[in-house]
Design a protein around this ligand. Structure first.
Ligand code: ATP
Ligand code: MG
Length: 395
């Protein structure tokens, strides 16, 4: 018996003016993600269906589960729209199930179908009661809630429901640049941004020899986890060493982190402009460390007018960890490699930095020149979904 994946758009359908754009973006994303499978994908304004080969179901399901814009889907049996055939199909599939109570809910989108929904519920219910022993109808809390959708050519029968990844399809928003460290928070921030439809590129600041190639490898591994939710991610690797060394030579110790992060934002602004992004995204969370108090954020953010999106700003660390586990980045994030933010941590970083003090400290070296040089020497790699190659090339 043929089955299809039946996708309901959910939140997408509230986007009146943009509906077609959202549906087409989702369609293209689904098509692209399933390009290695023998599938047929159809869409209309209310739903999308994917016809697949039975043996591919589990692999396809695990991909579909990570496509944003899908809120709910069903694996439905497909049958020609003909009352006798629907009856036979229902009986055949339901006989394989273990249940005591059931309910049938028919939805007749094809008004040419001669039997009204309520009447057909009774016909189908009667059929099951007659052919399967020890079952009864329960309209409130049935073991098996069977939905029958009558459409023009084909009808669908299903009684399962799978929760999708939710959100909006990636590509319904333009590009955002994620500051991706090897930590727990920033991959989660990237995941949440993609969930709103943002096309993601990532930027990693490294400070070799103070940070290791393993730290870079870890960031690439994190990108590989994130790319499962999209098509590919460009990862820009910034050699931050010259700037970081100058900061630690020339600036007061308690202001090093504040100034380092201002430099990161200045570089991010240039990268956003160069690669035609619209926002900076990062894993800052209010109060988590000295540089993430509201006063620090205010002083650090002062260097750029580009919006900074902080998807995990208001989450507790434990809530972030739950998400990191869900998206399978946690185990990679906790691998113990030094990040450039952790190699030179001062004993008492400023919790309430003052702008005038920052301006004074920043006068001590020519950062504009260093930033221009660093931005000129960015090393970009494309991280694809099924490709281990770039990863090995770099090691
Ligand atoms: P994470 O926040 O990802 O767990 P972390 O806690 O080590 O890592 P923080 O010091 O909290 O990082 O930095 C706050 C945010 O700044 C990070 O979430 C990340 O978005 C960005 N960031 C920090 N270090 C780097 C880096 N080396 N490269 C790119 N972005 C960075
Ligand atoms: Mg953090």
């Amino acid at each position: 018996m043929d089955r299809v994946i039946l996708i309901k758009y959910g939140e997408l359908s509230t986007k009146k003016g943009n509906r077609n754009f959202f549906i087409n973006t989702l369609y293209n994303n689904v098509k692209n993600k399933l390009k290695n499978f023998d599938v047929k994908i159809f869409k209309d304004r209310a739903r999308m269906t994917i016809k697949f080969r039975d043996e591919d179901l589990n692999s396809i399901k695990s991909i579909v589960d990570k496509i944003f814009g899908i809120h709910k889907y069903h694996i439905a049996y497909v049958v020609e729209t003909n009352d006798e055939k629907i009856k036979q199909c229902l009986l055949d599939i339901v006989k394989l199930e273990k249940f005591n109570t059931f309910k049938i809910e028919t939805k007749r989108s094809d008004k040419n179908f001669p039997i009204h929904s309520q009447d057909f519920n009774r016909v189908l219910g009667g059929l099951l009661l007659k052919n399967i022993s020890n079952i009864s109808v329960d309209v409130h809390n049935p073991d098996l809630w069977i939905k029958v959708e009558i459409r023009e050519k084909e009808s669908y029968i299903y009684y399962n429901s799978h929760t999708g990844a939710g959100g909006y399809p990636v590509g319904t928003q333009p590009k955002g640049m994620l500051m991706l460290s090897g930590g727990i928070d920033s991959p989660v921030a990237g995941y949440l941004a993609m969930k709103r439809g943002v096309v993601l590129e990532a930027v990693y600041f490294e400070a070799i020899p103070h940070t290791s190639l393993e730290a870079r490898e870890k960031v690439i591994s994190l990108c590989k986890k994130l790319v499962k939710y999209t098509d590919n991610i460009n990862l820009h690797i910034v050699n931050f060493t010259p700037i970081q060394e100058e900061i630690y030579k020339k600036c007061p110790e308690d202001y090093c982190i504040t100034i380092m992060r201002r430099m990161m934002y200045r570089i991010m602004e240039k990268i956003v402009k160069q690669y035609k992004g619209y926002v900076i995204i990062n894993g800052e969370s209010i109060g988590q460390v000295a540089s993430q108090t509201l006063t620090s954020m205010n002083v650090i953010n002062n260097v750029t007018s580009i919006p900074v999106i902080r998807p995990v700003a208001c989450l507790d660390k434990l809530e972030i960890i739950d998400l990191a586990r869900k998206i399978d980045t946690y185990e990679t994030s906790i691998l113990p490699f030094e990040d450039c933010c952790t190699v030179f941590v001062p004993k008492h970083p400023a919790i309430n930095p003052k702008l005038d003090k920052v301006f004074e400290a920043e006068k001590s070296f020519n950062y504009e020149e260093l930033i221009a040089e660093v931005v000129n020497n960015i090393n970009t790699i494309k991280v694809n979904c099924n490709d281990e190659k770039e990863f090995k090339d770099l090691l």
